[in-house]
Design a protein around this ligand. Structure first.
Ligand code: PLP
Length: 466
């Protein structure tokens, strides 16, 4: 018999880490082993994952935000099966495929002043398009970006990354200038130089889960427009309902010129992303028939991607996911603020909707201070990694640190999260905090083990990306 995926999965089961070590990025398997996150996942549904021991885990990492709808959503599965069963003519290229057109229509309906859509495959590609479009439209080279920004890792997106570690060794970058997140005065200064095409900004930053101060986005749009530059809002992570509004910039009174989306749009199945733009920008870039392919990518209009996007948008509406994210997010933050009043290590609880950060810091108690400081001296962020590992090992909840060298726990649950799951998380988190504050041996021993393993070569902070 020829190729059979089911047979392959059964006959090679359990070899993933070995194959990764041999053929893909070997550091992935190393890092996961060193922090004890190296489970073998066999099934997934909604917000839950099952390992090969039959244990259920709550997934509050959600594939870095891809699983906004949860995993294996039946409506998206059905749409994709229909594409396959329909034996549609895909990517003819000399055509105008209906499903891509419908996805464009459905997206524009969410923000009619952004009346054109460029479809692509990933968040970083959507950002590349936004950068190119802004540069072409304004005929200026420079992009402004914020400290701690993350917009992807292709060369253009990397140029507007607000951290040094990703960029180091990959230069030279595009002309780009960093400003402090939320600082209008700095923006004004940087935008006044006359060479600025746009500011790119995440209304809620993935790194550290920082929320733009009220009025910043609207103020930024004013500053930029006065100087002939554009505002790009990167909604790849925070968009499509995660913050309790369809777009996270809707928390402010602003209409950006370009918007990037991806992740949740995939329905958790097929890579799909989009750059939404004002017509004037699009008309400048695609100004004549000879420029029809001036920015494009082979897979951009494929039927599986468009079907996944359409199904995802429909699920967001039909299941009231935007409202659910707002309500469950409020429940979660209230419970965590209550915990912050009781646990000395918690410095801040922040975020919007179901994009939440818990920042840890030096406790006021001398006894606890002596525990926190050495860990932090060893490596900033190690305390949070310990919390992530304790949540995982002892309570079967998958989370992440919000960035390297930051003591921020990041929570990114699926948008359909229930109050029961919020309670599962909060009671587990309180148990971990209680154990840490009581200096219960296993937790601190674990932290020391982690520190030693990290010194031995596997940088434990490497489990975070954004
Ligand atoms: C705000 C933001 N922009 C862009 C990206 C890049 O997306 P991708 O990983 O699909 O290239 C990410 C990824 O996490 C992101 O969070």
């Amino acid at each position: 018999m020829g190729f059979d995926l089911k047979d392959l999965l059964e006959s090679r089961s359990g070899e993933g880490a070995e194959l990764w070590s041999r053929y893909l990025n070997p550091q992935t398997a190393r890092v996961l082993r060193s922090v004890g996150l190296d489970r073998k996942w066999v099934r997934a549904e909604g917000p839950y994952l099952w390992d090969d021991q039959g244990d259920t885990y709550l997934d509050w990492l959600a594939g870095f935000g891809v699983f906004g709808l949860g995993r294996n959503h039946p409506v998206v599965r059905r749409a994709l099966s229909q594409v396959l069963d329909g034996e549609l003519a895909d990517m003819v290229k000399m055509d105008t495929p209906l499903l891509a057109g419908l996805l464009g229509e459905a997206l524009v309906a969410r923000a009619p002043y952004l009346d054109r859509v460029y479809l692509c495959n990933s968040g970083t590609e959507a950002v590349e398009a936004a950068i190119k479009f802004a540069r072409y439209y304004t005929k200026r080279p420079r992009i402004l970006y914020c400290g701690h920004a993350y917009h992807g890792l292709t060369a253009g997106a990397l140029s507007v990354n607000g951290g040094k570690s990703f960029k180091s060794g990959f230069g030279p970058m595009l002309p780009a200038t960093e400003i402090p997140f939320g600082n209008l005065t700095a923006l004004e200064r940087a935008a006044s130089k006359g060479d600025v095409a746009a500011l790119i900004v995440e209304p809620v930053q993935g790194k550290g889960v920082q929320v733009a101060p009220p009025g910043f986005l609207a103020g930024a749009a004013g500053v930029l427009h006065d100087r002939g530059a554009l505002l790009i809002c990167d909604e790849v992570q925070a968009g499509l309902g995660r913050t309790g509004r369809f777009f996270s910039f809707e928390h402010d009174e602003v209409q950006p010129d370009l918007v990037t989306i991806a992740k949740t749009l995939s329905g958790g199945f097929v890579p799909v992303a989009a750059t939404m733009a004002r017509q004037a920008v699009f008309s400048a870039v695609y100004s004549s028939m000879t420029r029809v392919l001036v920015h494009d990518t082979t897979y951009s209009h494929n039927n599986m991607a468009a079907a996944a996007g359409l199904a995802a948008l429909s699920v967001i509406d039909d299941e009231g996911l935007v409202t659910n994210a707002a309500e469950r997010g409020d429940e979660l933050r209230r419970a965590l603020e209550d915990a912050a009043a009781r646990f000395d290590f918690i410095r801040d609880v922040r975020g919007r909707g179901l994009m939440v950060g818990v920042e840890f810091g030096l406790p006021s108690s001398i006894r606890l201070m002596g525990r926190y400081a050495p860990l932090t001296l060893l490596r900033k962020g190690l305390f949070t990694q310990m919390v992530v590992c304790a949540l995982f090992e002892e309570h079967r909840i998958l989370t992440q640190t919000a960035a390297d060298h930051m003591d921020v726990l990041k929570l990114l649950p699926p948008l359909a999260t229930t109050s029961d799951d919020v309670r599962w998380f909060v009671s587990s988190f309180e148990a971990v905090m209680g154990a840490v504050e009581a200096s219960s041996r296993p937790v601190w021993q674990f932290a020391r083990g982690l520190a030693t393993r990290s010194r031995d070569g596997a940088r434990v902070g490497g489990t975070t990306r954004l």
